[in-house]
Design a protein around this ligand. Sequence first.
Ligand SMILES: Cc1ncc(C[n+]2csc(CCOP(=O)(O)OP(=O)(O)O)c2C)c(N)n1
Ligand SMILES: [Mg+2]
Length: 362
Amino acid sequence: MATATAKSSTGSAEFADDPVNRDLDTDTKIGFYRAMVRIRHFEQTALKHYQQEKMGGFLHLYIGQEAVAVGTISLCGDNDHIITAYRDHGHALAVGMSMEECMAELFGKRTGCSKGKGGSMHFFAPDKNYWGGHGIVGGQTPLGAGLAFALKYKGLKGACLCYLGDGAVNQGAYHESLNLAALWNLPVIYIIENNMYSMGTSQARSSAYPSCLAERAEGYGMNWDLFNGESVYEIRAKLKPHLDRAHDDHLPSILEIATYRYYGHSVADANAKKYRSKEEIEKYQNEHDPIKVWENILIDEGVFEADDAKEINRAAKDEADASARYADNSPLPDVSEITDDVYYEVDKGTEAGRTGRHFFND
Ligand SMILES: Cc1ncc(C[n+]2csc(CCOP(=O)(O)OP(=O)(O)O)c2C)c(N)n1
Ligand SMILES: [Mg+2]
C-alpha cells in the first residue's frame, strides 16, 4: 500500500530509470510530447470555435491534465480498455482517434465519431477499445467493472482503465463497483484524476477522507496509490505494477493522480473565476505544466531541442486548424436519422428491438 505523496512534488526526471522508462527510445519519448501537444492544440482550437458558436452543448477542456491520459494509455496493450467521463477529448486522442472525427463530433456533424449526435461528452471508438465519454457523474464506473468482467470471462489478459473525477468518488454507483471489483477480482483500475474541483466545489468541501481519496480502497481490501500527474515518467512507473497485477492476477486498484485543469469546469462555467484564485492557476501553469515539464526533461536529456518542440507545436496547431475546416465543411446529420443509433436492438431489428422485451417473453 502506498503512502500519500505530496501533491506539489516537482515532476522531476527521478522516474526515468524505472524499468518501464529506461529503455524508451527517442521516437517514443518525442511521441509522448507530440501526443500531449496535439491534445492541447485540439482543445485550444475547439475553444476558439465554441466561442464563435460553431458548436452547441458543453465543452469540458482537459488542458493541464494531458500527461495523465498520455502516460497511462501509453502502457496499454491490445486487450486493455479505456472508459472515462465527459472530460474525454484527451483520452480519445491518446487512444488514436483522429482530430477530424473528434472535431466534427464537436461541431455536431455527420462525420463525427458519434455521427454528430453525441458532442463533446460522447466520443467513442470501440475499435480502439475506447468506450466513451459519459455525462452522468460516476456512470462509467460500473461499466468499467463490466468491461473488466468481460475480459476475465473471456480469459483475456487485459485490464480496464476507468477514469473518474475527484467529484465522482461520492457516487453510490462507484462504491457498488468497487465492492464487486474486489469481491470478484476484476481487472479494473480506477484512475481518479484529482484536479481538486468538481465544478466549483473544492475537494475539501465535498469529500470525507482519511488522507486522500484513493485510500478508501482500504475499505475494500484493494491496492491503491496516490501520485503526481505532471510527469509522464512518474505516471508510467506508478501505473505499471497495478497494470501487471490486473493482467496477471485480475486484481483491481484505485490510483489517485494529482492534476489540475486550467479552464473552468466547462467553457460555459459562469463561476469560473469565483472559486479559485488567479495566482493558483498561474502557479500550476508556470511550475507544473505537464507539457513544459516533459519538454524540459527531453531537452535536458538531449532528446530534442527547443526548436524541435516549437515545430511539433506548429504542426499540431496546423492539424487542429485543418480538423476545424473539415468539421465546418462536413454535412449535418439528416433529420431522418434522428432516432437511429439510440438502441442497438432497434437498429438491428432484433426480436428484443421489435418487441421491447429482453428477457421475459411471457
Ligand atoms: C449524477 C450527476 N450529478 C451531477 C451532475 C452535474 N455535474 C457534471 S460534472 C460535475 C462535477 C464532477 O467533478 P469531477 O468528478 O471532479 O470531474 P471533473 O469535472 O473535475 O473532471 C457535476 C456535479 C452530473 N452530470 N451527473
Ligand atoms: Mg474534478
